[in-house]
Write a protein that binds this ligand. Structure first.
Ligand SMILES: C[S@@+](CC[C@H](N)C(=O)[O-])C[C@H]1O[C@@H](n2cnc3c(N)ncnc32)[C@H](O)[C@@H]1O
Length: 342
């Protein structure tokens, strides 16, 4: 079946209404050197992405988007401290971000606008990874098909985690969905193969040596063992990685913080040293921390002052030189037309 011949599109009331990012400029917040490998920008990501386009458009190897999940909730950072008088642990709540929407259409519209702008930032061999959950992933995939093209779809990664069981007459929900799309399906993508350990059955039968299939008349007949050690099995698209545990060293207290290991995998597989990594929903700065630790350059955007503070402290603790900016809306400047330049 040729899906591209008659593309299938998701539609909802108000989908095509005209919207536009705000016009404005990026203002430096510190006197840090401009060549800092990591940049943190406060502001609405749609407007900031548009403002960054002249500088970084077509230059980003990996964009990771971890938007709010359409939970209908408000999220706060919980900071624990000990009461100096009683010794009891106190929890301070700092409102971080709001994930309440009028309806699913407005949520998808908001994300689609950001995805279009993100696509324009990518290298031809670059890719985007959108992190959502099973309640919206099927809608988001169709939106991505429309923006990137059905043939640009690369993988659906299932991030499987373990968490405290809930009492529910249903299967426990223990996975998120990460949709990966390439910028240009005709370009050879940036992709560095990762491996996972060989299956116990393979180890028992063949040991740790590499295998080579013997092919006769185009058909695989049997395998032979080579002298060389196997690096493992090429990594699959189901990843078992622990959530950030309450006592984990990497825990910042920022709500919905993702594990560093998840981001390290993506950055390692999809970029090389010196590449640009972009995170328009930076939160506590997990992507920036992973990218900086692996020698990549990174830009993170978030509108929440709480996120900015957490990410700043986190990167400072790693000794990363940080360039901080804020998006300032230009007064009296008419809004630009939506869609241009993407
Ligand atoms: C799910 S959290 C990201 C968590 C992050 N991946 C981490 O590991 O900490 C989503 C973030 O997106 C930010 N956000 C939501 N809408 C935004 C917008 N329009 N512009 C900029 N940031 C936004 C929120 O403030 C929040 O910090």
């Amino acid at each position: 079946m040729h899906l591209t011949a008659r593309p299938i599109r998701l539609t909802w009331e108000g989908k095509e209404r005209t919207r536009a990012p705000r016009a404005g400029r990026l203002v430096e917040l510190d006197r840090h050197p401009k060549e800092s490998p990591v940049r943190l920008i406060q502001g609405d990501n749609w407007s900031v992405l548009r403002a960054l386009h002249r500088e970084l458009g077509g230059r980003v190897a990996l964009a990771y988007l971890d938007p709010p999940f359409w939970t209908g909730r408000e999220f706060a950072r919980v900071e624990r401290r000990r009461d100096p008088n009683t010794g009891k642990v106190l929890r301070d709540h700092h409102p971080a971000f709001d994930d309440r929407w009028t309806d699913l259409g407005s949520y998808l519209e908001n994300l689609a606008d950001r995805l279009r702008e993100t696509r324009a930032m990518l290298l031809p061999e670059g890719c985007v990874v959108v992190h959502v959950d099973p309640r919206t992933s099927h809608y988001v995939k169709i939106v991505c098909d429309e923006i990137f093209g059905q043939d640009a779809f690369a993988s659906e990664i299932v991030w499987r985690y373990r968490r405290w069981p809930t009492k529910t007459p249903n299967f426990q929900r223990v996975h998120d969905v990460l949709l990966r799309y390439v910028r240009d399906p005709s370009a050879t993508p940036r992709f560095y193969q990762l491996y996972e350990p060989l299956a116990p059955s393979t180890l028992a039968t063949w040991g740790k040596q590499k295998q080579r299939a013997l092919v006769v008349d185009g058909r695989r007949t049997r395998s032979t063992t080579l002298a060389e050690q196997s690096p493992g099995t090429p990594m699959g698209d189901v990843w078992e990685i622990g959530i950030v545990a309450p006592v984990a060293r990497e825990r910042t207290g920022y709500p919905t913080q993702k594990p560093l290991e998840l981001l390290r995998r993506l950055v390692t597989a999809c970029t090389r040293e010196g590449d640009w990594v972009l995170d328009p929903y930076a939160g506590s700065g997990t992507t920036l921390a992973a990218a900086a630790g692996l020698g990549r350059r990174a830009v993170g955007i978030d509108e929440s002052p709480v996120a900015m503070q957490v990410a700043k402290e986190r990167l400072a603790a790693m000794g990363v030189s940080l360039r901080r900016q804020r998006f300032e809306v230009e007064a009296g400047v008419p809004e630009r037309a939506a869609g241009a330049g993407s």
